[in-house]
Design a protein around this ligand. Sequence first.
Ligand SMILES: Cc1cc2nc3c(=O)[nH]c(=O)nc-3n(C[C@H](O)[C@H](O)[C@H](O)COP(=O)(O)O)c2cc1C
Length: 235
Amino acid sequence: MKKKKVVWIILAVLAAAAVAVYFLWGRTYLRRHFRRVTVDRQAAVTGETVDLGQRRAIAVYFTRVGNSDFDSNVDAVSSASLMEEDGQLIGNAELIADMIAQATGCDQYAIRVADLYASSYGDTVKQAGAEMRSDDYRALDGDAPDLSAYDTVFLVHPLWWGTLPEPVVTFLRSVDLTGKTVYNVVTHGGSGLGQAVTATRTYTQATVSDNALAIFDDDAATALPQVTEWLKGLN
Ligand SMILES: Cc1cc2nc3c(=O)[nH]c(=O)nc-3n(C[C@H](O)[C@H](O)[C@H](O)COP(=O)(O)O)c2cc1C
């Protein structure tokens, strides 16, 4: 075979491989990490109601939005997995907490850090990793909430480095949840629940249920049926 022909065959094989990689993996990755998703928040969280019986519940959530130093014109490239409505950013965990609150009528509480994380996704990942490896605890904004009126806590949070984000750890250390039941509701980029449930047990005296819910981050905006079915199974 002539040398030129061999070169063309190699180039064709490489091109076919590149196309295959793009459609099998790259397109999904690019969509997730380099594009912002626009949601109709009201439509995303409104659906069937779920009766939790005698439970007095609260959805406590932590999310990047509200805890990051986003520029007003934060670009999608530096901010993976963000949703927005009318230019207003919405975190995955926030939207899921809202779904739980709309379905059950429970209250909500947002965990806020004192010092915001970086605007960029990559820098936040680095910051979070560094603080997890250190002995420092992430300080929270304001006093710990009074949760004495509740017996059920939906702890809605992203998975960070395979486990609880540090601010959630600080939250658990700052409140007494003795006698209450905690349900982890975890949004993630592919690792599922990770060590979240085990880690929650480390930091609270509450009963931490094995019946935790994992939601893939790409699915957050359309997760209402999944959330509703899970809630129905709690009674
Ligand atoms: C600091 C950091 C660490 C993360 N670590 C993981 C991880 O270990 N496994 C995983 O599946 N996703 C990981 N993710 C992805 C988030 O869990 C996921 O995108 C989540 O839905 C974001 O929720 P939020 O919008 O409420 O912040 C990480 C994201 C960040 C910012």
